[in-house]
Design a protein around this ligand. Structure first.
Ligand SMILES: [Zn+2]
Length: 91
């Protein structure tokens, strides 16, 4: 690597590079050369893609769950308010 670590690139960018390299080498357990390719073969690339989809789905599920929990909380608060407020009757 020609650049020193502190010269260029944010920490996040460098971590992303490191993470992608780690992920690729974990696909088949073997090392591979080349910085641009993420996996050593079509099979490993497919495995990577599959893993990304699984992670993306898990992330979506977490977000949906958080949203639904927020809605549930709001509903409980609204119901509690209805229960505690005396109804105004017009009869
Ligand atoms: Zn591989």
């Amino acid at each position: 690597m020609p650049e020193s670590p502190s010269s260029k690139g944010s920490l996040a960018e460098r971590s992303a590079v490191v993470a992608s390299l780690e992920r690729a080498s974990r696909v088949c357990g073997g090392g591979f050369e080349g910085r641009k390719r993420e996996a050593c073969s079509d099979r490993c690339r497919a495995a990577l893609s599959q893993r990304r989809q699984t992670e993306a789905r898990a992330k979506r599920d977490r977000e949906n769950r958080a949203t639904l929990e927020a809605i549930g909380w709001l509903a409980r608060v609204a119901l509690a308010r209805m229960d505690t407020q005396p109804e105004t009757r017009l009869d």
